[in-house]
Design a protein around this ligand. Sequence first.
Ligand code: ATP
Length: 335
Amino acid sequence: MRSYSLIAPAKINLYLEILGDRPDGYHELAMILQSIELADHINLRSISTDTIRIQCDHPQVPNDESNLAYKAVKLMAEEFPDVFARLGGVEIAIKKQIPVAAGLAGGSTDAAAVLMGMDLMWQLGLTQPELQELAAKLGSDIPFCLAGGTALATGRGEALSPLPDLENLYVVLAKHRNLMVSTVWAYQTYRSEFGHTYIRDRVSIVTPEQLGLPTLGSSAESLESRAARVHSGPMVNAIFNKNVSQIGQLLHNDLEKVVLPANPQVMQLREAFESSGALGTMMSGSGPTVFALCESEAHAQEIQQNVRARIADPDLDFWVTKFSNHGVQVVSTVN
Ligand code: ATP
């Protein structure tokens, strides 16, 4: 029986800007994503029946077809039906280290690991772009989780431009144990409160440029030019220059505008980090995890102690971890 063990790192958002709506119902985003060393451990084992079995050690993660890891196997079985018929199903064990519904892409990274593991188990020899295409079919964050490192993500989050690796930056993460934020709720609430600020150029099928007409003024800034502005903007420059204090100051997340007011505990946590002496602090993704950037492990431990001293809540969990320059990795194979 073949088996594979993989590690599936979490991500944080150094930058998240919501640009507008897309015709497919998703949001058009400009994000800067960063892998961290906090990771789930995934084991895949081939089984001779045609079943897909999922087992996760976290009580809030489903063991059925709604698990993103299950959906990843199902996609592979649909894409490669002959191989599935010949080689049979798979048993997947997920050892959860990444907090659930926390804005850290825990489910997405598990799915990315399963895609990579199935490619190896079925000896498909898929190229990186082929795996990325399958990943994008499953979810917006999954292509980044496969590739990892530091990247600018546009479109739904699936169009990636790699950025230089940022080594030796440490992160303190904090999350209230029983608090979860639905990603769908966060984006829907943002749309209802801030939809009037969206750029709407994708609604027109033919652009003025295509018709040889002059474009309008600044109010007609296109999604592409707004995304390009992020690409050549201060945060990307700070990353190229490895200017960590600027990176800390330029952290940004539009979703804080809806998640913080609705969750006073997260607001309080964010404020405690703000005055803790970190390089910078921000909520990751749709939250409720708040992170702080630190220059060293000792600095990260100190920030953690500062925030613990300010918020005496036994339900507040902390993690100290580090930036990582890789995505999903295979750690062992048994043939
Ligand atoms: P993102 O940052 O991509 O929005 P998240 O980190 O906020 O994701 P997840 O941890 O992926 O959120 O969990 C979101 C929901 O997905 C949870 O309600 C959980 O029950 C469900 N889920 C399905 N499969 C998984 C999985 N493998 N790991 C974690 N959650 C999963």
